[in-house]
Design a protein around this ligand. Sequence first.
Ligand SMILES: Cc1cc2nc3c(=O)[nH]c(=O)nc-3n(C[C@H](O)[C@H](O)[C@H](O)COP(=O)(O)OP(=O)(O)OC[C@H]3O[C@@H](n4cnc5c(N)ncnc54)[C@H](O)[C@@H]3O)c2cc1C
Length: 375
Amino acid sequence: MSDNLAPADELAGFLEEHLPPWRAQWAGHPDTFAADLDWQRIMQTGNWVAPEWSVENGGRGLDVLSALACAAVLAEHHAPRTAGIFGVKNVGPTIAAYGTPEQREHLPRILRGEEIWCQGFSEPGTGSDLAGLQTRAELDGDEFVINGQKVWTSSGMRADHMELLVRTDREAPKHKGISALLIELDTPGVERRPIRQITGDSEFAEVFFTDVRVPRSSLLGPLNGGWGVTMTTLSFERSGVVAFAKDIEQEVEALVSAHSLTAGAAPLSADNRDQLVRRFVEGRTLGALGNRSLASIVATGEPGAEQSIIKLLHSMVTQKLAATRVSLGGMAALTGSDPEAELAYLGARSADIAGGTTEIMKNILAKRVLGLPSS
Ligand SMILES: Cc1cc2nc3c(=O)[nH]c(=O)nc-3n(C[C@H](O)[C@H](O)[C@H](O)COP(=O)(O)OP(=O)(O)OC[C@H]3O[C@@H](n4cnc5c(N)ncnc54)[C@H](O)[C@@H]3O)c2cc1C
């Protein structure tokens, strides 16, 4: 690690050294998870997976500005995603905030990709109204006994660990009877079934719990204080959109330069040219909102109202961008000639549901940001 370089410049050097051989090794390989996991391990040789984490936990202790400059460098280099993204971005920071010393031992393993984590929050009848969750855990001596079901668990088939939300007090008001547990998914009584998606992948699982026994030490944070733990995890999930804003800006710019509007480039139809210009403006708008949110984090420690606006715009632009890529590729883009564009198009449909639906984000904006009355 050099003392003279700014972290973002050091990271750029690291990527220029390690990305080309990694790309050459994994080009066209069908197992993208294995490729991403290999990349995560390479990144962690330089403590670059979560440079904002403390040095003790496997990060570099970077401040928010330096960490976001690093995220921008990753976007510029089109670096692959982290295989264990839910552990790194959401669960890990929650363990750092609430975990016992024993639970914190997970943290370096999460960064090295030795543990893959998922989030067991949503249930068949409980998504937006998360506090209504019904999966229950009852204390029996020094163990919790868990029964119930989770659904839409991202990385659910790959993960070996889960942050699980359970109801531990059925008499208390719904927000006050929830606890968070950290569990291993190979515990007897846990059954996972893949959910096949429109893309053909099975990124999600349904997870069933039948008399699953885990030690009391699995509890993360206070007993029946799981709602606060959940809000912490969700705030990490939602503040990730600041970095996503930069990713989208880069993606738009790459698309615009690939279909350059300058003389000599293949001619574009008026409609496609119009779409590219619109995406360009939207990409720049998201980038500017990301910068404003960043300024707010630096000034107040909070990402500000821009965070909810970015989440809304991000899902809208993700879907429009995917449609523009398909439009530029013509019919052929949907018949196998550009599998990446096709997958992006199909996958983008979920953008306005994941991490809180568009309607819920609008509710948050209306109530908490604009202060509008509920009825
Ligand atoms: C890509 C992706 C990844 C996901 N990963 C995970 C994961 O890892 N772990 C996990 O636990 N869950 C995950 N989910 C589930 C996700 O959190 C839920 O799908 C989401 O919260 C919506 O809940 P729901 O599906 O039950 O829909 P519902 O809450 O039933 O909503 C149905 C419709 O009603 C609308 N609606 C609901 N309440 C209101 C209201 N108060 N006002 C106005 N409109 C309302 C919604 O906007 C939506 O249009 C994931 C989902 C997606 C798409």
